[in-house]
Design a protein around this ligand. Structure first.
Ligand SMILES: [Zn+2]
Ligand SMILES: [Zn+2]
Length: 327
């Protein structure tokens, strides 16, 4: 198999040939059809996330077809299309697994971080953590649902049921969640880097009621805000636009330092929460809902060999929606 592999943080991924991985008991091997490029991959490559299993093949928005199965796998068949997300394995017996909070498992494996992922022609996954993807839609369009969609969905489910929802950072996750919000009959307020009128236009094209810079106040106070951009100063900014009793949800796995802020913007029973990883239940819920909503992802495709270019374009916000690698 071929892969784009990270040997050392803050160095480019390298094109390598590796032995074909063999699925162990309970595992499947998947021929990758498409793999989305997530901001978390950028945090792995840039060394913001400090415990990758090096050398590592990044990528955790994988759509592909099962081409080999290990002992004991009964619910997936050779040739079946599956999606492989960030949550690759959990222990099943820690305090969090016992409570049904497997996203917080003490001994997890994460695809493309602590086990090899989808920047490759093939990969191996635990069958019980892969999602059947059916035959509707193409691999490239579906790939961003597996993290941008899933984490966005989990973030939204923690944001409450208020009508007016602010989204900070209008990239892969927000462009999917905006469509969910519109389908639910709620209003989208999109906040971008100040002056990024192109992304604000993109947000309006997906039904945002208002789009502006993160330094601006929306026309009315909001019922919730979700921060997708990894930018600490957005937290106090978001607290200022939500009304009393409402939440600011931090969706990212990493954020730059949050500046000190005055207590009065938190007071009034405003809450700050973070979202970590996903549960398989999040995946089942969201992936069954996505076709009903008719979510359309906006994608820019790159050949697998150009993964470094895709990551760099993500870093500099050079495309709308999501980047997807195709082997
Ligand atoms: Zn556990
Ligand atoms: Zn991700």
């Amino acid at each position: 198999m071929f892969a784009m592999q990270l040997s050392k943080p803050r160095t480019p991924l390298e094109w390598v040939e590796l032995p074909d991985p063999q699925p162990g008991p309970g595992q499947i091997r998947v021929k990758v059809g498409a793999c989305g490029v997530c901001r978390t991959d950028l945090h792995v490559v840039d060394g913001d996330l400090t415990h990758p299993a090096l050398p590592i093949v990044p990528g955790h928005e994988i759509v592909g077809r099962v081409d080999a199965i290990g002992a004991g796998v009964t619910d997936l068949k050779i040739g079946e299309r599956v999606g492989i997300p960030w949550l690759g394995h959990t222990c099943g017996h820690c305090l969090y697994c016992d409570e049904g909070k497997e996203n917080l498992c003490d001994h997890p494996l994460f695809t493309g971080y602590t086990r090899n992922g989808g920047y490759a022609t093939m990969t191996v996954a635990d069958a019980h953590y892969a999602f059947p993807m059916g035959e509707e839609g193409d691999d490239v369009s579906l790939a961003p649902l597996l993290c941008a969609g899933l984490i966005g969905w989990r973030s939204l489910s923690h944001a409450g049921n208020g009508k007016k929802v602010g989204l900070y950072g209008f990239g892969a996750a927000a462009h999917i969640i905006a469509q969910v919000l519109r389908w639910q009959g709620r209003e989208v307020y999109a906040f971008t880097t100040p002056g990024d009128t192109k992304t604000q236009e993109f947000a309006r094209s997906l039904g945002a009621k208002w789009a502006g810079g993160s330094d601006e106040m929306p026309p009315e106070l909001l019922d919730a805000a979700i921060i997708f951009a990894p930018v600490g100063p957005l937290l106090p900014a978001a607290l200022k636009v939500v009304r009393k009793g409402c939440r600011v949800v931090c969706a990212g796995i990493h954020m730059s330092e949050i500046p000190a802020f005055s207590y009065d913007i938190l007071w009034g029973e405003r809450e700050i929460v973070s979202i970590a990883n996903l549960t398989r239940q999040d995946g089942i819920e969201f992936l069954s809902l996505a076709p009903k909503i008719g979510i359309k992802t906006t994608t820019t495709t790159y050949p697998l060999k150009k993964a470094n270019e895709a990551l760099d374009d993500l870093r500099h916000g050079r495309f709308d929606g999501a980047a997807v690698l195709v082997p």
